[in-house]
Design a protein around this ligand. Structure first.
Ligand SMILES: [Fe+2]
Length: 323
């Protein structure tokens, strides 16, 4: 693999208060060096005799590779973040920023505060879109190795000294102000639009139970907290639940293999929520059975462990039921 150098995205001569000299030095000596080192390291890694290399050395090399790769990606984005007037945001990105930060002013204050906090140190401030959450977020990375998995940065501000000291000396504040005056929002918006076309990581799909409604553990927790009249049924298999020290507070255990024995104890006027260990099968099957019998039943996705993962309240397991 040989990484290709990306041409400068912004036109340095058009920038306001940031000179071509600064951009050229940055592009050549920092971005270029990172790309060159990345290519040299990649060649070394590809030729590496793993049998003759200590795992420790290999790990260090891979760590360097991550740093360098991130450095090239972030520098490319940095240069692509400049070249506009920084003030007027096109409608789509403005709406998205207002949606996720309350207002453009609030976003700007947060972004500048993060940059100011990095002055005197080094790192990156990023505006990123997270497909999973469908929202924008400001991020701060104190070196090249810290990136948000699944986040797609659409704007980057380089707060390493090399990005400004030639011209701004230690005056990071002036540099930040100059950067803000040069943001190319039209380009940021196109990246935002591209990012929103990236599919989020796929959620678990259970084709087998696609017609059976489900609820999340957060929803069940909120229903219980609100005192909603739900019948919460722990249908973990007996061989599993009998060994388990705990169960969801507010649930009753019922043997999933003997639904016919306990179905008559349920009320048809109140919703039923079933769950099993992880939420894959038993809870879903039981909910399907109950629905077929006319109950307003659904299964809790993620099951017992999802509940534990949100730190939902538990009690000691009670197997007092004869059902
Ligand atoms: Fe840099």
């Amino acid at each position: 693999m040989k990484y290709q150098l990306e041409p400068l995205y912004c036109r340095p001569w058009t920038l306001n208060g940031i000179s071509p000299r600064l951009i050229e030095s940055h592009y050549e000596n920092n971005y270029g060096a990172a790309l060159r080192r990345l290519n040299a390291l990649t060649a070394e890694l590809e030729a590496l005799d793993l049998d003759a290399t200590s795992p420790h050395l290999f790990r260090l090399m891979k760590q360097d590779e991550t740093n360098l790769l991130n450095s090239t990606l972030l520098h490319e984005l940095y240069f692509a973040s400049l070249g506009g007037d920084g003030r007027v945001l096109p409608e789509a990105i403005a709406t998205a920023i207002e949606r996720d930060f309350g207002s453009v002013d609030r976003w700007r204050a947060e972004f500048v505060a993060l940059a100011t906090a990095l002055a005197g140190g080094s790192g990156w401030v990023l505006l990123a879109y997270v497909p999973r959450d469908g929202r924008l977020i400001n991020l701060c990375a104190s070196d090249h190795s810290q990136a948000l998995a699944g986040g797609i940065p659409i704007l980057a501000l380089d707060m390493y000294e090399h990005a400004f000291h030639i011209e701004f000396g230690a005056n990071a504040t002036a540099y930040i102000a100059a950067y803000m005056r040069n943001i190319d929002w039209a380009a940021a918006q196109t990246r935002y639009e591209d990012a929103t076309n990236v599919n989020p990581p796929r959620s678990l799909e259970q084709q087998e139970f696609k017609d059976t409604p489900s609820v999340t553990v957060e929803e069940v927790q909120a229903m219980l907290a609100a005192g909603a009249p739900i019948q919460l049924i722990d249908t973990r298999p007996r061989h599993y639940s009998a060994k388990s020290p705990d169960m969801i507070a507010g649930a009753v255990w019922r043997d999933p293999e003997r639904v016919d024995d306990w179905i008559a104890t349920l009320s048809k006027s109140e919703p039923v929520v079933t769950f099993c260990v992880y939420g894959f099968h038993i809870g879903c099957q039981t909910a399907t059975t109950l629905r077929a019998a006319g109950f307003d039943a659904r299964y809790m996705s993620g099951g017992h462990f999802a509940w534990k993962a949100i730190n939902g309240p538990v009690k000691l397991f009670e197997s007092t039921s004869k059902l």
